[in-house]
Each structure stands twice: as C-alpha cells, then as structure tokens.
Design a protein around this ligand. Structure first.
Ligand SMILES: [Zn+2]
Length: 228
C-alpha cells in the first residue's frame, strides 16, 4: 500500500438533515425509494435518493462559483486535489469577529518557512466546535474569516486551495471580498472543514475529492488528511 504507516484524518463533516448551512435551512433529504422488504426478487436492494444544495457540509467552491467561464468542479485537475498542506492555527485569537490577518501568515512563515507553491492552506479557527449546534455555528453569519490581504498573499504564494472550518472564507457584511480574489486566481475554496487540529503545521497531505457533476460550481467533498 502506497501510504503504509501513514495516519489518515477525516477532515469531513457527516451530512445529515440537521447540519448547519449557509441560509439556515439545511434542506438535506434522504429518501428511500426501495426497501429490502419491497423486493420480490431473490436479491434484495435498498435504493435511496438524496436531495441537497450543492454547497452542503464540507464542500468545495470551484473558480466558476464566482467567476463566469472559469473552471467548474468537474474540470479541476487531480494533481491540484491531492497536495501537500500547511495548517495555520489561529484558535487562540479567533472569536466570531476574527479576521485572519497578514500578521498571522507572517508569524507562520517565520516559524515554519515560506508556504510552498502548489500546497493547500488550511485555516484552523476552532469554529467547528459549534458544528453540532447549527444556530451557534451559523451565528447570523458571524464567524472567523480571512482578510483580502491574506487572500492576496496566498495568491502570490501560488497555493492551489484553501480550507477553513467555518461557513465561509468571508462574511456578507464585508461584501465577500475574498471569494473573487482566490477563485479569480484559480484557487479552490473548501468550507466547513473539521479536525484540522489533528494535522501538523507542515508535512501532511490533503486529498479533497468532490463528486464530479458536469458544470457544477460547488460540490460536497470527502476531505482527507494524510500524515506520512
Ligand atoms: Zn464559498
């Protein structure tokens, strides 16, 4: 096995009908179309149907989420979805109004070195501790986010993706300044990540695999950390 001896960390929340979502109404439905005991054949099946918004749970925004004509989820390259990651821990500072600043990045780079091109940057705010209380997690769209300066810094570093453990990288009251900067540079955004505290600051890898729907601008993902 390629990753023999490695640890695997699930960075994904489980999707249920009561998880927090952007507009506060989860809307996830799992229907049973066929139950085992409905089957008259010898082999019995259980068939389900999902109904959900594309940006549900731990999900990815593709560049086309903000930028018309840019890459959709199905066009993203696997080489950008399986990459080295760095984790920036801002848990001690991050209250609901916290905005990750260039100073946080500078502190990180002074300690761990320049963020390598081609990596995914995960922002650990600790906000996922509220996940099981949808109202507290959504908090009227008051949650830790990142500043446009940070987004531009990360564009200069030529990262491929960013992940955060809140509903979004920016807040409505700020006018969503960060989405277009990152997505405009072809950097995908992962929102509602979890377990980022289980990854080291440097040295791990992430695999972020969205379901491959043609022309989708967002999609739920299975997000996995691998510590060699
Ligand atoms: Zn987003």
């Amino acid at each position: 096995m390629i990753f023999q001896g490695s640890s695997y960390i699930d960075l994904t929340h489980t999707i249920t009908p009561t998880i927090p979502t952007w507009d506060g109404s989860c809307g996830f439905k799992l229907q049973i179309l066929l139950d085992y005991n409905d089957c008259t054949t010898e082999v019995k099946f259980h068939v389900q149907r999902f109904e959900m918004v594309a940006g549900i749970g731990t999900h990815m925004d593709a560049p086309a989420h903000c930028i018309a004509g840019a890459n959709t989820i199905d066009k993203l390259q696997l080489t950008s979805l399986c990459v080295p990651c760095v984790v920036i821990d801002v848990r001690t500072q991050a209250d609901a109004y916290y905005t990750v600043s260039w100073q946080d990045l500078e502190n990180f780079e002074n300690r761990y070195g320049i963020i390598p091109a081609g990596s995914l940057v995960a922002i650990n705010t600790g906000w996922d501790r509220f996940w099981h209380d949808a109202d507290a997690y959504r908090n009227n769209h008051k949650f830790p986010s990142i500043s446009p300066e940070v987004a531009r810094w990360l564009v200069n570093r030529k990262i491929v993706g960013i992940a955060i453990d809140t509903l979004g990288v920016d807040r409505p009251e700020d006018g969503y300044p960060v989405h277009p900067i990152l997505l405009g540079a072809g950097i995908y955004i992962i929102e509602n990540a979890t377990n980022l505290d289980k990854l080291p600051p440097v040295g791990a890898f992430t695999i972020a695999l969205p379901i491959k729907v043609a022309n989708s601008t967002e999609a739920p993902i299975r997000f996995v950390g691998i510590i060699p």
